[in-house]
Design a protein around this ligand. Structure first.
Ligand code: GAR
Length: 210
């Protein structure tokens, strides 16, 4: 059975969806460990509740980002993880880390990439007067939110809505699409080749599977 390691910093609702999909047998995989860069991340409690090992790596314990990422990488290698899933991990991974695990790291980002990489995507979309927003699952490379997009989900923005309304709609979609992409990967259907995402041997378009 394939092993997944999930990196979190906060609530862990995506983590929960992934653990549930494993428990239900939707994913022929198990979450072998949950890593957090925040000791108080609620997602750690979710992992412990499910009997999954947790490990906290805090930046202040290391000389630099690269040293911390080296330790995280060694931990992941010791587990022998097949896939590294970033699920609300709010710290930028070093280029050494992303190169070390090239093609094995995926992230979910709350925007229709390449629009709005980085932080505060909901506020930016609202301020720009967007009529739609969404979320993207992508392979991770050294560019922040810059790797090949695998799958996106769009949601409408209605007049008068605030961040919380849109966030809730986006989150619903995330819980649906992230386990699906993980399933593709686990089944060996999804690969990264020369920086491009391939599903069933077909190169995916820039906006991912459509
Ligand atoms: C998710 O909405 C995810 O898209 C976002 O953090 C949230 C984590 O929620 N990720 C990023 O902003 C990464 N740049 P969760 O902890 O409840 O899964």
């Amino acid at each position: 059975m394939k092993k997944i390691v999930v990196l979190i910093s906060g609530q862990g609702t995506n983590l929960q969806a992934i653990m549930d999909a494993c428990a239900r047998g939707v994913l022929n995989a198990r979450v072998a460990a949950v890593i957090s860069n925040k000791a108080d991340a609620f997602g750690l409690q979710r992992a412990r509740q499910a009997g999954i090992p947790t490990q906290v790596f805090v930046r202040s314990d290391y000389a630099g980002n690269a040293a911390m990422d080296l330790a995280i990488g060694d931990y992941i290698d010791a587990i022998g993880a097949d896939l590294i899933v970033l699920a609300g991990y709010m710290k930028i991974l070093s280029a050494q880390f992303t190169r070390r695990f090239q093609g094995q790291i995926i992230n979910i980002h709350p925007s229709l990439l390449p629009k709005y990489p980085g932080l505060n995507t909901y506020r930016q979309a609202l301020e720009a007067g967007e009529r739609e927003h969404g979320t993207s699952v992508h392979f991770v490379n050294e560019e922040v939110d810059g790797g090949a997009v695998i799958l996106q989900a769009k949601v409408p923005i209605f007049a008068g809505e605030g961040i919380a309304d849109i966030e809730q709609r986006v989150k619903e979609q995330e819980l649906r699409i992230y386990p699906l992409v993980i399933k593709w990967f686990i089944e060996g259907r999804l690969q990264l080749k020369q920086g491009e995402a391939y599903l069933d041997g077909q190169k995916l378009p820039p906006q991912g599977y459509a």
